[in-house]
Design a protein around this ligand. Structure first.
Ligand SMILES: NC(=O)c1ccc[n+]([C@@H]2O[C@H](COP(=O)([O-])OP(=O)(O)OC[C@H]3O[C@@H](n4cnc5c(N)ncnc54)[C@H](O)[C@@H]3O)[C@@H](O)[C@H]2O)c1
Length: 520
């Protein structure tokens, strides 16, 4: 193998959604591109559509007219595999079917030079399995583009069991030359993004099943407090509940039914009912003719009066507010007098951190324990404040109250948070609330992937930010002061001892070594 030369001919097989986008990327990067599809005329139609897209880019001033013309001239539709002879790279984007991909690569091996790089854009099949049976499986690598391929920067470079290390390096260089940001991973189920993102959907579905909140409220809390670009229900309605369930099922099956990836009855029911999302007019939400969700209103508390003055009880530096500390400043800026009082240990009793509320309950941030089982309150009722990704800017927070919490305390907690200028959702009890529970699961999944040596910590964070638009890489989240993901997970594991919430051993390794997760 030798690195792919600038301007070397590239073949793209499969002229559908992904193949067309990849052909455009390669042509714009200066390669003559031959596009092949099994459907008669599909490649020709795709080239015509790409030329129109290039013209439109030029009209909008995104590229010059010369660049558009040059890229268009590099695109050729071909009709037979033998037309691909002489190509230095073949990117396969045909149907997601192992037998089809294997047959294609076996055919290609007889056509292209021994030094050509063979890449598969599979999103769920094992690159190892795609390459097996070939004469030179060492030159097969995964190049997993994201949709739309010409606009998404991320490319996962997937190393199969047999992939030669220089081929991985060549694929990384090629992705960079194509103006993409490559991350490298092994051929593990779901690769990086589809693997680490699983709990984003799975936890949300479980929380609805458990009655913690309705979908619209879960979506709103994760968007407005968690700073995720889209809530898990609106996102799965967008990509299709059937597509999302198929990915979940695939990862679960490829991990031999690891409970961590088990799909949910909630989602299966939607699919059974034909409620596939926007494309069928109904999924989790119902959509009107304009494509607007008609029933996506989150539960939001009406305005409540805030106490005029609150005391934040502090003991040995613990306030009961770590991640959410900036909200206290916003509450003060909203006109509430916020006083901090340092308490001492009395007769062996540890003082309760947090804010005592009218009616006797305490308000403090979630630390993983469901409100009714909270021991930070020293036997008193509590109201737990869920995390926000950025408590200085969040526009919503979620509160949950213990079963014995007097309504007057909960109303005061709502008013206090509203004084900070945020909407408030009161949700049911859950270890870790909605945001902390979701984040803890994402952190665990990411840490586990790194701990197994499937990808580096840096690549996992880059992949999740670029591939999903999460506000932070999960490992970066896990290292933020006050974020105790292992503690949240242990409480989830106590509540639901199915194995889904087991902690990655890397947490313990990091703690013993006294190092950050990203340093291991
Ligand atoms: N759509 C996505 O969001 C997405 C994202 C990343 C990866 N992928 C993967 O990319 C691949 C293609 O997905 P897509 O969404 O573009 O599918 P698609 O259905 O839009 O296109 C597939 C194309 O391949 C052609 N084809 C099928 N068998 C062929 C063969 N043997 N030889 C030549 N052409 C053949 C079909 O005629 C079709 O035009 C799949 O492996 C998929 O998992 C898809």
């Amino acid at each position: 193998m030798s690195p792919v030369r600038e301007g070397a001919p590239v073949a793209v097989v499969g002229a559908g959604t992904m193949g067309a986008g990849i052909a455009l990327v390669a042509a714009r990067a200066g390669h003559p591109v031959r596009l092949l599809d099994v459907r008669p005329d599909a490649a020709r139609a795709a080239v015509a559509e790409l030329v129109a897209r290039l013209d439109s880019l030029a009209e909008r001033g995104r590229i010059t007219a010369d660049q558009a013309r040059a890229a268009a001239e590099r695109l050729t539709a071909v009709a037979r595999t033998t037309d691909l002879a002489g190509c230095a790279v073949v990117v396969e984007a045909v149907a997601e079917d192992l037998a089809v991909k294997r047959a294609l690569f076996a055919d290609l091996e007889t056509v292209v030079d021994a030094g050509a790089l063979l890449a598969t854009n599979t999103s769920s099949l094992s690159v190892t399995a795609v390459a097996s049976g070939l004469r030179h499986p060492g030159r097969v690598v995964g190049l997993h583009f994201f949709n739309p391929a010409d606009r998404m920067r991320l490319v996962e470079v997937v190393r199969g069991e047999a992939t030669d290390p220089p081929v991985v390096d060549d694929a990384v260089d090629l992705a960079r030359a194509w103006d993409k940001t490559p991350v490298v991973c092994t051929s593990t189920p779901g690769f990086v993004v589809n693997r680490v993102a699983r709990p984003y959907y799975g936890e949300a579905q479980r929380m609805v099943e458990e009655g913690v909140a309705d979908p619209a409220t879960v979506d709103a809390v994760l968007r407005e407090a968690g700073a995720f670009p889209l809530g898990p229900f609106e996102l799965t309605d967008l990509v299709g509940q059937d597509v999302n369930l198929a990915v979940s099922r695939s990862v679960w099956e490829q991990t031999f039914h690891d409970p961590r990836y088990a799909p949910t009855v909630f989602q299966q029911r939607l699919v059974d009912a034909g409620r596939l999302g926007r494309k069928t007019g109904r999924g989790v939400y119902a959509y009107d003719a304009m494509g607007r969700a008609c029933d996506a209103t989150p539960s939001t508390e009406p305005p409540r009066p805030a106490p005029a003055h609150v005391v934040v009880q502090t003991f040995e530096g613990r306030t009961g507010f770590d991640v959410m500390a900036p909200l206290l400043d916003r509450i003060a800026a909203g006109g509430v007098v916020v006083e901090r009082v340092e308490l001492d240990e009395q007769d062996g009793d540890l003082p309760t951190p947090g804010i005592p509320l009218p009616g006797g309950a305490h308000l403090l941030e979630t630390y993983g324990v469901a409100a009714s089982g909270s021991y930070a309150s020293d036997g008193r009722p509590v109201v737990l404040l869920d995390w926000a990704h950025d408590a200085t800017t969040c526009t919503r927070v979620a509160l949950s109250a213990s079963a014995d919490c007097p309504p007057v305390s909960l109303a005061a907690a709502v008013g206090l948070c509203q004084a900070a200028g945020v909407a408030v959702s009161v949700v049911g009890e859950s270890p870790g609330g909605i945001v902390a529970r979701t984040v803890a699961m994402l952190v665990n999944e990411a840490v586990d992937l790194v701990g197994r040596g499937e990808a580096t910590a840096e690549d996992v964070d880059v992949a999740m930010i670029l591939g999903t638009g999460y506000p932070s890489g999960p490992l970066e989240w896990g290292e933020r002061p006050g974020v105790d993901a292992p503690f949240v997970l242990e409480r989830l594991h106590e509540a639901f001892p199915t194995g889904r919430y087991r902690l990655s051993p890397l947490f313990e390794r990091a703690e013993r070594a006294g190092r950050l997760l990203r340093e291991l």
